[in-house]
Design a protein around this ligand. Structure first.
Ligand code: TRP
Length: 448
């Protein structure tokens, strides 16, 4: 089996793939939205601190489990287990992550489908297909099914090709495209009236809000979602890293890219909102807070694009392509979790397993689409506010309390011989053992 497993062919391949998983709608939509509804820069500040102090250590735990186990999440965790009880616990955590990834994909695919549908609108308008252009941006069951199916098809298409030829190749193509699109859009928005005011709202923190419990919970949840934690995804990506690579620095680089792109997305979205306001678009809700969530992406920004005349068609197109690309490099990682599990544990051939699981998840999406108002929120909350933090916490418990310290060190030393004498090894083991699980638990319990 070892010979037939995939592996990232280069460090840049891994960085692009893991950053591709991390950078998604969470960064470009979720982060600016949360920033808008949580007092601007205060949220940004807290997010930065939590991402590096809590999410990065937990991220390292998951990567390490995977690279040690060289297998899907369940098998990797079981390799670290010494008693039958550990083994059952390992199954629970690993399989829980796989299910969580599938649940997330089932609603993420719908949101991503909307991004594609909004990207086709300017194209249809340019081609004077006006009724079709109106149809793709109007809520309807048929539209949702069509574009979710299209998006799932793309995801399955990439994952069927495996690690090097699918995940790595496409991440290396799509991530640079994403960064270029983002920078071009920021540069353009900065030339417009109102952008400076938005920049000010984004970067001037109201320090008094920094310790608000709701803000802390949102920031932690956002950081965990953004690094794709608690879903077996980073375990499986870790298992595709060569033993010659320095995990500590790879993990840090991916975290840095993820956080930077979220920050950049804020530089685009928040100023764009104030530009929209300068054009007469309403950007504040009735309670005085900035409009966030789907209203921001599907109402405020499109109204802004409308004020730009024919230039707006191009800006809208590039913006929604940016969103779609970000979503695709993330969704492939969500599908890889369940696929690697089924391929390795049930000896099903990869292409077959991918199509099968893709279809199952698409059926789950159909259930959500059939009752969008209730189900979307329900599944999203279940998976991201309960599933992810609990499983991420249990991964830390595994590494901190079940795995032997000497074995952890041995694994870290591969590709990083001097790790024992560095700062990371002085802090991280006890940090993962005590601080991470406690902090996650506190935030979680509080959110109940
Ligand atoms: N991190 C991605 C984002 O910010 C979402 C994501 C990708 C994800 N893979 C995941 C979330 C796995 C949870 C689990 O949009």
């Amino acid at each position: 089996m070892a010979a037939s497993r995939g592996e990232f062919s280069s460090r840049i391949g891994f960085i692009m793939a893991a950053a591709g998983s991390a950078v998604g709608l969470g960064n470009i939509w979720g982060f600016p939205t949360q920033t808008a509804s949580n007092g601007g820069a205060a949220f940004v500040l807290v997010y930065l601190v939590l991402a590096f102090c809590l999410a990065y250590p937990a991220f390292m735990a998951e990567l390490l489990i995977g690279r040690y186990g060289q297998a899907n999440a369940v098998t990797s965790l079981q390799k670290m287990s010494r008693t039958p009880f550990h083994k059952r616990f390992a199954f629970l955590v690993g399989f829980g992550g796989v299910v969580c990834a599938a649940l997330i994909l089932s609603f993420y695919g719908i949101l991503a489908g909307w991004m594609i549908s909004y990207a086709t609108e300017p194209v249809l308008t340019l081609g004077s297909a006006n009724s079709a252009a109106a149809w793709v941006v109007e809520q309807s069951m048929a539209r949702n099914i069509l574009f979710t199916a299209l998006f799932m098809f793309l995801t399955v298409f990439v994952i069927r090709r495996g690690v090097e030829d699918g995940i790595e190749k496409w991440s290396k193509r799509l991530m640079p495209l994403l960064i270029v699109l983002l920078l071009v859009l920021i540069a353009y928005v900065f030339t417009l009236d109102g952008a400076a005011q938005g920049l000010n709202a984004y970067l001037n923190p109201d320090i008094s809000r920094v310790l608000e419990p709701d803000l802390l919970i949102s920031a932690l949840g956002q950081a965990f979602f953004s690094l794709s934690l608690g879903t077996s995804v980073m375990v499986i990506y870790g298992s595709y890293i060569s033993k010659n690579e320095n995990l500590v620095s790879l993990g840090a680089q991916v975290t840095l890219i993820d956080v930077s792109i979220a920050f950049l997305a804020g530089l685009l979205i928040i100023p764009a909102m104030y530009v929209a306001q300068a054009q007469g678009v309403a950007i504040f809700a009735e309670d005085g807070s900035l409009i966030s969530g789907s209203g921001l992406v599907f109402t405020v920004l499109p109204s802004l694009f409308d004020t730009m005349g024919s230039m707006g068609l191009f800006v809208a197109f590039f913006f929604f392509i940016l969103m779609s690309v970000a979503a695709l490099t993330s969704s492939i990682s969500m599908l890889e979790g369940p696929v690697s599990y089924v391929v390795e544990r049930h000896q099903i051939e990869r292409k077959k397993a991918t199509t099968m699981i893709g279809v199952i998840i698409f059926l789950m999406s159909l259930v959500i689409i059939s009752n969008l108002g209730v189900m979307l929120d329900f599944v999203a909350t279940l998976a991201t506010e309960y599933g992810q933090p609990i499983i991420a916490m249990l991964c830390c418990v595994f590494v901190g309390w079940i795995w032997h310290r000497s074995e952890i060190l041995k694994e870290l030393q591969q590709g990083n011989e001097t790790v024992e004498h560095g700062f990371f090894w002085k802090i991280w083991p006890w940090y993962t053992k005590f601080i991470c699980p406690t902090a996650i638990a506190i935030v979680f319990i509080h959110s109940l």
